[in-house]
Ligand binder design. Structure first.
Ligand code: AMP
Ligand code: GLY
Length: 425
């Protein structure tokens, strides 16, 4: 089979490495991929949002199956366009991808179906939003309706911050038209857990849970980023929380999307907060998480391609989806200064024996040299029998990889290990 993966970060690298385990896979293309992915797939210089060029490439190359891994092309309807020329895809169509594409849609959807989430109000007029915020409960969270590279949710600890958030999003249009409408949300507390799930629109199979570390700096300091490291399974997702999430959130969401005439096929990502009242939805994503995928897929024992094909063909219930009982940790090695300003173009040195454990997010090739080309550069992983072993192992590997201006948090998995100790007592 000739497979095409749309996207070009660490998540796509993890997907490609896993897909390569299936003997039916003859060739994998990655659009656009990156210099590190080039070791495992043929990278093609087509932007992941250039849908006509993606469709044209798929047609000319005779692609048998496409994995649309990134949010933007999914929200833009890449799957619909590929389906039109007869290319089956892993990922939701445009009608279903709206679950991530519009916060207003997802909040109204959860309200309609009684799925636990933060209380909220929607505004399309900044004056009305500011008026509401004069008396709203603080802290609060102001979110742009549309996609904003993961930066569209502003947690406001003071009233002034909330006023400023409305101005930034609705008046200064920091996220363009994505800020035409906003959601103002109740502030929730509790640890966050990501639950990625395979679904064919009917059957849903949650994967092993994980926890991301969104802040840039050690000690949960600094700005929110795309994610600086992950561990799986998440110690906060106890059997009790898991049962509650499945019954109140995961199964109802998939059934409700079907009832809405928007059956969701692909990977549905539940961003949950384990609040004192139980798990609630912080956000839905219409795709695998990054860097959650880098810890979840290495723990998958079953064949990824067979599962993906089953989500497309609607026979997920007949396919085994098993995870190992071990644990995984991924530490993101970033360029110093990310997510604001950073230098690029430094040579990356990865010892050969570590290459199977490194997912490349932001690097380009210069001849045979690999150079940094992004904020998040590498995801360095370890899979061990438990988190106590996986976390130090991932750090030991980071210590053997070098590039100038490398920065990584020193505390990925620290809170998770503390939480594990508490539950053992
Ligand atoms: P989102 O883009 O909706 O995932 O939000 C980004 C991050 O902001 C989340 O991962 C949370 O850490 C935080 N956040 C979002 N909504 C809330 C909320 N209602 N209460 C507390 N924190 C939130
Ligand atoms: N790690 C968060 C995300 O993929 O949205």
């Amino acid at each position: 089979m000739k497979i095409m993966v749309v996207g070009g970060g660490g998540r796509e690298h993890a997907i490609i490495k896993k897909l390569s385990e299936n003997k039916k896979v003859e060739k994998i293309y990655c659009l656009p991929g990156n210099g590190g992915i080039a070791a495992d797939a043929e990278c093609v210089a087509i932007s992941s949002t250039d849908i006509p060029a993606i469709v044209d490439f798929a047609e000319k190359t005779g692609i048998d199956y496409a994995v649309v891994a990134q949010d933007d092309p999914l929200i833009l309807g890449c799957v619909d366009e590929l389906n039109k020329i007869g290319v089956p895809c892993f990922g939701p169509n445009k009608k279903a991808a709206i679950i991530e594409g519009s916060k207003v849609f997802s909040k109204n959807f959860m309200k309609k179906y009684g799925i636990p989430t933060a209380d909220y109000e929607v505004f399309d007029d900044p004056k009305k939003a500011l008026e509401y915020l004069k008396t709203a409960k603080i802290p609060t969270v102001v979110k742009a309706d549309g996609p904003a590279l993961g930066k569209g949710a502003l947690v406001c600890m003071t009233r002034d911050e909330a006023f400023a958030a409305v101005k930034e999003i609705m008046e200064d249009k920091q996220f363009g038209a994505s800020g035409d409408r906003i959601v103002v949300e109740e502030f929730m507390t509790g640890p966050e857990v990501s639950v990625l799930s395979f679904t064919d629109g009917e059957t849903v199979i949650p994967m092993v849970s994980s926890t991301d570390h969104k802040r840039a700096l050690t000690g949960d300091e600094g700005l929110n980023t795309g994610g600086m490291g992950t561990v799986a399974p998440s110690p906060y997702y106890t059997e009790e929380e898991k049962k509650a999430a499945l019954e109140k959130i995961i199964l109802p969401t998939v059934a409700a999307m079907k009832a809405e005439g928007r059956p969701f096929k692909g990977c549905l990502y539940f961003g949950l907060m384990i609040t004192p009242e139980g798990p609630k939805v912080v956000e839905y994503n219409c795709r695998f998480g990054d860097p959650e995928t880098q810890v979840v897929l290495p723990l998958l024992k079953s064949d990824l391609l067979e599962i993906m094909l089953a989500t497309t063909n609607g026979n997920l219930k007949d396919v085994p989806v098993e995870f190992s009982s071990g644990a995984a940790c991924c530490v993101i090695m970033a360029s110093k200064g990310y997510p604001v300003k950073y230098e690029k173009g430094f040579e990356i040195t990865i010892p050969d024996d570590l290459k199977p454990f490194v997912y490349v997010a932001g690097a380009k090739l210069d001849g045979s040299k690999l150079l940094t080309s992004g904020g998040r550069v590498l995801g360095v992983t370890a899979v061990e029998e438990n988190l106590e072993k996986a976390v130090p192992k991932a750090y030991e590997r980071c210590g053997r990889i070098s590039f100038e201006n490398a920065y990584y948090r020193a505390d990925i998995g620290k809170k998770a290990l503390e939480a594990l100790k508490k539950t053992e007592v």
